[in-house]
Design a protein around this ligand. Structure first.
Ligand code: 5AD
Length: 350
C-alpha cells in the first residue's frame, strides 16, 4: 500500500497540469513517511536525463552587505547592529569578474542587500560594463525588489537572469518573516514583471524557517507550479546572530534534500543549486544536494577581505569548496560522486 502511494505521488509529479493543494499535501505526506530514498533516486534520474552528469558553476559576487529591509531571518537586516557593512565599487566588481573569467566561469551572479547607494542607474552601468567586456557571458542579478523601470533598465543594460526568492507563498507566514513594509503581493508582482521582461527568473524559499508548517510548503509548491521559474533556490534556514530569529533552530538537511528531489521531479529542466546554506549545515552538503537532484553550484568569488562580512546567517561557509578559488577541489569532490563541472553558461532549456 505504501509503495503504491509512493508510485502514485511520483506519477502526480509528472502530471502535465497544475496540482491542487490537496494533491501537494498528499505528495508531501507520502514521501515524508518513507519515500525519500526512492524519490532521490528518481530525481537523480530526471536530472541525468536533462543534464547528464554535468553540474553548472556560477561565480557568486556579493556586492553589498547594506540593506534597507528588516527581514526577521536575515543577518543583513537593517536593524542588525552586529552586522559588518561593506559595499563593492564598480572597479572592485569588475576585478572580481576578471578573476572569475580567468578561472573559467561564464556566469557572474551579482548578489546583495537592497543597498540604496547601489541605485538602478549605478547597477545598470556596472552590468553594461561587464557585458561590454564579456558579451558572451551571462549576468545574473540578485538585488531584491525594484521598480518596473529599474528592472527594465537593468535588462536593457544586459542582465540575463534574476534571482528573487519568494521566501513564503503564504500571506500570513510571509508577514511573519518580513517587516510591515514588505508584502507577498509585491514580491509576486516583481517576479511576474521580471518574467515578462524576458529575464530567466529564480524563486524559492528557505526550508524550516520559523513558523513554517507543511501547509506553507504546499502554498510554495502551488506558487512555483504557477510561476514556472527557470531557477529554484532552496536551502535550510540557519539562525543569524542579532536577528529576532537568532535563537531559533535551523531547518532540516533531510527536508531540504527531499524538497530538492521533489522540485527536480516537478521541474526536470530547472536550474537548482546545491546551496551554501546546505553546505554550511553538513560537511558534504554540496554532494548531497547534487545526489538529491540539484545541478548547479555557486562558488564564492567575493573579495577575500570582505567575504566573511556577508553573513546572512551564522557560520556561512565561503572558503574551501565554497570558494571560487578552489575549482579543482570542487571538481574533485564532484568526480568522486560521478559528476563533472560544466563551466558553460548553462542557460535554461539548453
Ligand atoms: N538562513 C538561511 N537562508 C537565509 N537567507 C536569508 N537569511 C537566511 C537565513 N538566516 C536566504 C534568503 C535569501 C537568500 C539570499 O538567502 O532566502 O533570499
Amino acid at each position: 500500500m505504501e509503495k503504491n502511494s509512493i508510485v502514485q505521488a511520483l506519477a502526480l509529479l509528472g502530471a502535465p497540469r497544475k496540482l491542487t493543494g490537496e494533491e501537494w499535501s498528499g505528495i508531501l505526506h507520502t514521501l515524508d513517511v518513507d519515500g525519500r530514498e526512492l524519490l532521490a533516486e528518481k530525481a537523480r534520474e530526471a536530472a541525468s536525463l536533462s543534464f547528464g552528469n554535468r553540474v553548472y558553476l556560477r561565480a557568486l559576487i556579493e556586492i553589498s552587505s547594506f540593506c534597507r529591509n528588516g527581514c526577521r531571518y536575515c543577518g543583513l537586516r537593517c536593524g542588525n547592529r552586529l552586522a559588518v557593512r561593506y559595499r563593492l565599487s564598480k572597479e572592485h566588481i569588475l576585478e572580481c569578474c576578471r578573476q572569475a573569467a580567468s578561472a573559467g566561469f561564464n556566469t557572474f551572479v551579482l548578489q546583495g542587500g537592497e543597498d540604496p547607494m547601489q541605485s538602478d542607474e549605478w547597477l545598470a552601468d556596472v552590468v553594461f560594463s561587464i557585458k561590454e567586456r564579456y558579451p558572451e557571458k551571462a549576468v545574473t542579478l540578485s538585488v531584491g525588489e525594484r521598480s518596473h523601470e529599474g528592472y527594465a533598465l537593468l535588462r536593457r543594460a544586459g542582465a540575463d537572469r534574476y534571482l528573487l526568492r519568494h521566501e513564503s507563498a503564504d500571506d500570513a507566514h510571509y508577514s511573519f518573516l518580513h517587516p510591515g513594509s514588505m508584502s507577498l503581493e509585491n514580491r509576486k508582482r516583481c517576479l511576474a514583471l521580471l518574467k515578462s521582461m524576458g529575464y530567466q527568473v529564480g524563486a524559492g524559499m528557505m526550508i524550516g524557517s520559523p513558523g513554517q508548517a507543511k501547509e506553507h510548503l504546499v502554498r510554495d509548491l502551488e506558487f512555483l507550479d504557477s510561476l514556472q521559474p527557470q531557477m529554484i533556490g532552496i536551502g535550510p534556514f540557519i539562525p543569524a546572530k542579532g536577528t529576532p530569529f537568532g535563537n531559533e533552530p535551523h531547518g532540516s538537511v533531510e527536508d531540504t534534500l527531499l524538497l530538492i528531489s521533489l522540485l527536480r521531479l516537478r521541474f526536470p529542466r530547472a536550474l537548482i543549486p546545491a546551496t551554501t546554506a546546505l553546505a554550511t549545515l553538513c560537511g558534504n552538503g554540496m554532494e548531497r544536494g547534487i545526489l538529491a537532484g540539484a545541478n548547479v553550484v555557486m562558488p564564492n568569488m567575493t573579495p577575500c577581505d570582505v567575504r566573511d562580512k556577508y553573513t546572512i546567517y551564522d557560520n556561512k561557509k565561503s572558503h574551501g569548496s565554497e570558494s571560487g578559488q578552489q575549482l579543482a577541489l570542487i571538481s574533485e569532490k564532484l568526480e568522486r560522486i560521478g559528476y563533472r563541472i560544466d563551466l558553460s553558461r548553462g542557460d535554461y532549456g539548453q
